[in-house]
Ligand binder design. Structure first.
Ligand SMILES: [Fe+2]
Ligand SMILES: [Fe+2]
Length: 247
């Protein structure tokens, strides 16, 4: 508990996924901003760190009575990459095309009533294109490499030299997705359903809110759990290889 203050918010959620709800309530970004300490995050938002710690402890007490999410910190790299693909990437493949169709339809029909819908359509379309390319890179290049690291397979002359290079690129793309979500939230007043909204409009806002939640958990698992573990595994692998060579 004493460590809460100086621990990164990403690790705090990795240790206990239900803490994400506390950070959501306080407006603390544990996804793209996962590397900041709890103290720094509170300072930025003018929240007392003691208040945040009290809420986290309350949430942890509740977590003892519920199963919560799995402890991904203890999972292997293969289990983590499989889980991310089968849960979060599958969710995106199902939801992104559906929400794109909905956002275009709602913008076309109601854009004159609320011009922000035209912006929602454009921001969403650009975000979808980037996420599609991003997940393809993870599935075809980065995750297979990480699974090989997990199996102790030496990959000579990996095209990116070290796993830290594609990780940096993925983290930067996560920041872009995080910024797009912020923009969508702003344009829809926090996915708030306006009076007189039609069924498609309601469905779009509900879908965007769900996407926002899932994408932030997805990015959190990659930034705060998968990537640091992969970098550590590569380091351990390299020191074993050097040790063997030196003999
Ligand atoms: Fe991903
Ligand atoms: Fe990613």
């Amino acid at each position: 508990m004493n460590n809460f203050r100086h621990e990164s918010v990403g690790i705090l959620v990795a240790e206990q996924p239900l803490r994400a709800a506390v950070f959501d309530k306080l407006g603390i970004d544990f996804c793209c901003g996962g590397k900041q300490t709890l103290e720094a995050a509170c300072e930025n938002l003018a929240i007392t760190v003691d208040t945040a710690i009290a809420l986290l402890l309350e949430s942890d007490e509740l977590a003892n009575d519920t199963s919560g999410d799995a402890n991904w910190l203890a999972a292997s790299l293969t289990e983590l990459t499989d889980h991310i693909e089968q849960t979060h990437h599958r969710f995106l493949k199902r939801e992104l095309p559906r929400l794109q169709t909905l956002s275009s339809k709602v913008a076309r029909v109601h854009g004159d009533k609320d011009p922000r819908l035209l912006k929602v359509e454009a921001v969403f379309a650009a975000m979808k294109q980037e996420i599609d390319q991003h997940t393809t890179k993870e599935e075809l290049v980065l995750f297979p490499f990480i699974r090989q690291l997990d199996q102790g397979v030496h990959v000579p002359d990996a095209p990116f030299v070290t796993v830290a290079n594609p990780v940096r690129c993925m983290e930067s793309e996560h920041d872009d997705a995080g910024a797009a979500l912020m923009e969508l939230r702003r344009l829809t007043d926090g996915y708030n359903v306006p009076e007189g909204a039609c069924t498609s409009w309601v469905a779009l806002l509900g879908g965007l809110a769900q996407l926002d939640q899932d994408l932030r958990i997805h990015i959190h698992k990659e930034n705060s759990i998968l990537f640091p573990k992969a970098i550590a595994a590569e380091g351990a692998h390299a020191s074993v290889s050097h040790g063997t060579k030196g003999r």
